[in-house]
Structures are given as C-alpha cells and as structure tokens.
Design a protein. Sequence first.
Length: 484
Amino acid sequence: MSLRRRIFGGGALLGAHHVVHEVLRFARNVIVARILAPEDFGVAATFWITTGFLATISELGFQQLLIQAPDGDSERFGATIQTMMTARSLLIAIVIFALASPVATMFRVPEATWAFRLLAIVSVLSGFHHRDMTRFKRALRFGPAIVSDLVPTVVTTALAWPIVAYVRDYSAFVWLAIIQTGLSTLLSHMLAERPFRLGWEWTVVRRAFGFGWPLLLNSLLMFAVMQGDRIVLARAYTKAELGLYSVAIGLAMMPCGMVMGITSQLLLPVFSGFQESRERFESLYRLYAQCAAAAGLMLGALFFILGPALIALVYGAKYALAGTVVGWLAAAQSIRLLRAAPTTAAMALGDTRNSLMANVFRQSGLLLALVAALAKAPLVWIAIAGVVGELVALSASVMCVRWRHGLPIRAAASPAAVLFGGLAFCAGIARSGLAPSSLLTASRILIVLLGASSAVLLSVSPELRRQLRIFALPLARRLSLTSL
C-alpha cells in the first residue's frame, strides 16, 4: 500500500474513531446527568480538574517521543519509556491519595474526600497500559490503539445507567473511570505484540526529559485554557452552578472537538506538503480560514438559537439554566476553531511558538473570569470572558504568523469579521429574548440566519466559492444525466 493511501486511510480511521468516541462519551454524560442532580455533576467536575492538573504538570511527551524517535522500535528504548510512563502514573496516584483531603476542602467538597482517594486507582491502572499501542503508530497502525480505547468506552456507556441508578451520587463517575481504564489496560496487553517489560537506560532518560520539558509550559497554558474557568467556578460559585456550566461546556465542545480532531490530523500533512509552493500554501491557508469560519458560524448560531431548547431536551428541565451560557461557550469554541488555521499553518512551517503565544494571550479570558467571580457576576459573564480571551488569542496568532512567515492578515481577518458579526447578531437575538422556545420555530429562524450568513461569507471567500464550484459542477452534470 502506498504511503499516501496509508495516510488517508489512517486519517479516515482516526476521524471515525474520534467521532464515535466523542458521541459515546457525550451519551454517557447525558445518561448520568439525567439521573444525578447538578450538584453531583459539579463535584464530578472537580475530580477531572484535579487529575487533569496532575497529568499536565507531569506531561513530558513520552508517548510522542516513542513515535518520533528513530530508535523508538528498539526494545531497550521502549522498556525505558514504559518505566517512565508507569512511574509517572504511580507518582500521580500517590499525590492524589495523599492530597485528597486538602484538595476536596479547597474545592469546598470535603464530603467527597473518599472519592478523590478512589481516583488514585485510575492512575495506577493507566500506568500499566502497554506501550505497544503507541509504538504501532510509528507504522501508521492505528487499529489496536482504537480498539483498546473504543471498546471500554462502549462498555462504560452501556454500564452508565445501572451504575448510576445503583450508587446515585457523584461516585458513579469514578467507578465508570476505573472500569474504563482497567478494561483499556487489559486490552492493550491482549493486543500487544511484545511482552510488557520495564527497563532503565540513562541516555534514554536524558533524551526523554530533554524532549519533553519544553512541552510543559504549553501544556500548563492549555490546562488553564480548558479548565481555568471551572477552577474559578469551583472556588467562587456553588456546586450546582459548576455542574450547570460543565454540562453546557460539554455540549458546546463536542462538535468543535470532533471537527478540530479530524482537521488537525488531516490538514497538517497537506500544509507541510505545500511548503515549497508559497502560492498554494497561502491559498490553502485562506481556504482553511474560510471553512473554519463557516463551521464556527454554524456551531455558534446553532447553540445561541437552539441551545436552551437542546439543553432542556437532552439533559432535562433541572439543567435548563445551562441554556443561558451554552451559546457563549459555543461562540468561544467557534473562534478557537478559526484560530486553528494560523496555528496549523505555522506548525507546518516548523513554528511551534505560534500556539504557545496564542495560549499566553488566551489567559486574558481567565483574568476576566477572575474579575467576574470576585464581583459575584452572573454565570454568563464567565462564559463571555472566554469569548474575549479567544478573540485576543486569535488576533495574536494571526499577527504572529504574519510577522514570522509573511502570511497575509486579510486571509483570516475577512472570515473572522463575518464570523464575529454573525455571532454578535445571534447573541443579540438570544439576549433580547426573541429566540423562541419552540424547537421547530427556532430551527426555522436558524436556517434563515445561516442562509444569510453563508451568503455574506461566500462573498468574501473566493477560495471557498471555487471549491464549491469544483464540487458542485460534477454533481450537477450527474443529476442532469440522471434526469435524462
């Protein structure tokens, strides 16, 4: 099989896996939320904030090194990396268990101390995940890793209702995580080709730390971007408000996460292949920005107009207040989707500073969220702070890619202007109370808004118009021949 076909096939497989995984995880959260109260969902959010932070401050890219290193297939190299991965997970488990009480007190949930300690089991189990699931990716063999990830997700989604119905509190999240991690680790050993071995070689250890330490700063910034607002909420707002916010952000992030997960894996190699052709590279950059703006506009409009009705329909009336923030959270994700265009273009040119710089500026949103929390502002202002932070980060990314690589500002600015205008209009409708509560009526309004916005976007997007013509002409010919 040719390399191109392997890349395309692997990309398609990863894309399908990403979509299925996100849908299953979303379904599992919906099942849990329908049974538990928002307060329990808020307590569960503190679990993932804690484990996510500990994983972030110890992230040294061991798995990436196993894929990237020329000698990553050697047994001695792999055994050393396996030891470091296992030691990292065991260390995280010890920290979680030891600090369970002060962490639970910090988040104002001392009654959940026992559940925090139980989380240590998840980290222990993950530490013995077989490295072969990562090593296979060196040869673009993604199947075993997908199976070891997807099967446990299917199982825990199926078990969600009986477990939650039995325990009926926040500990359901912990039990499901233990089952999923344990099953994933078991499958990794069943699918592995080599025996599980630990080893130690100082040259590999030094290489691993040299490779991974620069990743720590960006990982910490990304943690602040993804979890910073919920840390603020956990300290300054009630558990119920944290639960409502977590439900809303989970719904808003799901479609954006799927789109970004697929495009980042498929478009980075394409950008890299056009490095020698400046004209084609810039054309692809413009097209990516235009498509990202179109997708972001659809997502933002969807959640501003239909978000409250969707929240009530999917999660139930007890989570209805989450509808007040879901539109703004989706708007932030829409802008983040557009930010992927300059970030991916810069990365294809070997520039990893663009993402780092953008994430530094993104912290402006966290600062605004802190101000809003200190002022005891309504929950919606925490979400609006995230939108402002994404706007600042997008501007920084576009300017950075212009200064460092000469890519035109207009390529992203024109689609961004249409995106911002469309989101502002939708926000105005939602804010004014004109958005109807009826799902059918809201859907009709959404279709009209998307039609008008698409027309404006196409008027400033020549690359997008060209690609639509390329796609539409053969289709029109086939339809005309069929009618004859």
